[in-house]
Ligand binder design. Structure first.
Ligand SMILES: Cc1cc2nc3c(=O)[nH]c(=O)nc-3n(C[C@H](O)[C@H](O)[C@H](O)COP(=O)(O)OP(=O)(O)OC[C@H]3O[C@@H](n4cnc5c(N)ncnc54)[C@H](O)[C@@H]3O)c2cc1C
Length: 460
């Protein structure tokens, strides 16, 4: 059997000693993500500083047939970066340079370890911003690999919409580019789309060219309270149908509002609530706001409050962004499981009501929060990891929500990705297309060294 010493010695031939770690604490930090999935230590963690070094690492891994796990910030939620067997974890934190900002093209070129807040801090100097906003301060490499989205997807799109080009190191060490700088192209297969969302199973991203946007001249946020989840979702459907260019619209159910109030010291009414944000110029926004108020009232809105002041707006969105932490704080000793289905807007209200009813049935504490503008919602379920029956109930609950979504033409994951946790639903969701995915995976990574045991089961 291959010894760790042999691998480490081969890695130290291509990297400096400081770039290769078998330290227990370092391995522990790379053994788990933010999910409830059980951790496992990688054998060794490496910290490359260039695409050439990543390529050399993959050549070593290929020679020894040892698994490789790309690692951004470890904020994923489905066990994406947890080793399932002996592994080298590639941590991209040293590759954190913003390489080029092209304001006239609205493009940036970055290394994969750059985080979204790091990028936005730099872009602000140019009056620009990067739109994709998952709750955590994730790396852009990790966000591309999970096809992340979040609160702003309803207006600006998801990670896949922002990627113009990726530099990818393939499993055998070859370095390719998947796109170019052109705003559109009909040339060749659309490799950007294939690699975005590939969860480290097809290659390592070593450079990303991404779309950015001008910071809107004016922003307004609002909080609208509804008597029922159905009336809140109906209001969102009407807003979308009216073509109001809403930048964010989030549903927070009454149980989640309770946690928000405790954690963020707010005093919001315990009712289904929409958190909204509008971007544009002052005159256009004034019209949008009036029209929105009308639509809200037509759908039985009980109370609507607008915030234009930056501090008040930030407080409102901070409360929303802290929701997962509010639950974690409110149920100490328990672990959070988050469902992530996405359905058509028409099915959304039914799906949310179904999730709430199922949650009551299994008798676990939790709340529902949704990016309702695009049909994606999360049920945050708190469970005791020392109670096997409770874990089983939570898993059964998750399963029922997923089946409900897939049977209506939806998906098991709108933004978190498949990782370990959603692999079991891939057959049901993709049918024969899953074989096509297996063919692609094996063509690019015949030895299955890239993040094995995630996204796709190649042995079936
Ligand atoms: C509180 C909280 C809220 C969240 N809210 C959202 C949300 O609203 N929307 C959302 O989409 N997600 C959300 N997430 C999940 C998470 O932030 C995203 O999945 C994020 O994209 C992961 O980025 P990361 O840098 O942490 O990647 P990691 O967790 O390190 O890795 C994620 C995946 O990407 C792969 N990967 C990482 N870097 C590379 C690379 N350079 N090349 C190839 N593959 C790579 C890894 O192998 C792994 O499969 C949330 C997480 C938390 C903790």
């Amino acid at each position: 059997m291959l010894s760790v010493e042999t691998i480490v010695s081969a890695l130290k031939n291509i990297l400096t000693d400081e770039q290769v770690s078998v330290n227990e604490t370092v391995r522990e930090l790379h053994s788990k993500d933010e999910s409830y999935h059980e951790s496992r230590l990688p054998e060794v963690v490496v910290f490359p500083s260039s695409a050439k070094q990543v390529s050399d690492i993959l050549k070593v891994a290929n020679e020894f047939e040892i698994a490789v796990i790309p690692f951004g910030r470890g904020s994923s939620l489905e066990g994406h970066i947890i080793p399932v067997k002996s592994s080298i974890t590639i941590d991209f934190s040293l590759m954190d340079k913003i390489l080029e900002i092209r304001p006239e093209d609205l493009l940036v070129r970055v290394q994969p370890g750059v985080t979204r807040t790091q990028l936005n801090k730099e872009l602000k100097k140019y009056g620009l911003f990067f739109s994709v906003d998952p709750g955590a301060d994730a790396s852009l490499g990790g966000m591309a690999a999970t096809n992340a989205s979040g609160t702003t997807a309803v207006r600006y799109g998801i990670m896949r919409d922002q990627v113009r080009d990726l530099e990818v190191v393939l499993a055998d060490g070859r370095i390719i580019h998947t796109g170019n700088l052109a705003a559109k192209s009909s040339s060749g297969y659309h490799l950007n789309s294939l690699f975005v969302g590939s969860e480290g199973t097809l290659g390592c991203f070593t450079e990303l060219t991404l779309k950015v946007y001008g910071i809107p001249e004016f922003e307004t946020a609002a909080r609208a309270v509804f008597p029922t989840v159905k009336s809140a979702v109906d209001a969102v459907t009407s807003i979308l149908q009216a073509g109001i260019p809403i930048a964010r619209v989030e549903l927070v159910d009454e149980q989640s509002i309770e946690q928000v109030n405790h954690f963020s010291e707010t005093n919001y009414p315990l009712k289904p609530t929409l958190f909204l944000e509008f971007h544009g110029n002052e005159a256009g926004l004034a019209q949008d706001v009036e029209f929105t108020k009308e639509i809200m009232n037509d759908n039985g809105c009980l109370e609507i409050e607008f915030e234009t002041d930056t501090a008040a707006r930030n407080k409102l969105w901070e409360a929303r962004h802290n929701l997962a932490y509010a639950f974690i704080h409110g149920f100490k000793g328990k672990k959070l499981m988050s469902t992530d289905v996405c359905v058509s807007i028409k099915d959304l209200a039914d799906a949310v009501l179904f999730a709430r009813a199922e949650l009551e049935k299994v008798g676990l504490p939790g709340g529902i929060v949704g990016h309702v503008g695009d049909g994606n919602f999360h049920t945050l379920v708190m469970m005791d990891m020392n109670d096997a029956k409770e874990i089983e109930r939570a898993k059964r609950f998750n399963e029922s929500i997923v089946h409900f979504a897939i049977e209506r033409g939806g998906t098991c994951t709108g933004e978190h990705g498949v990782g370990i946790g959603k692999m079991q639903y891939q057959e049901k969701e993709h049918g024969a297309a899953l074989d096509v995915m297996r063919t692609i995976k094996l063509a690019l990574d015949p030895k299955n060294i890239m993040n094995p045991g995630k996204l796709i089961d190649i042995d079936k």
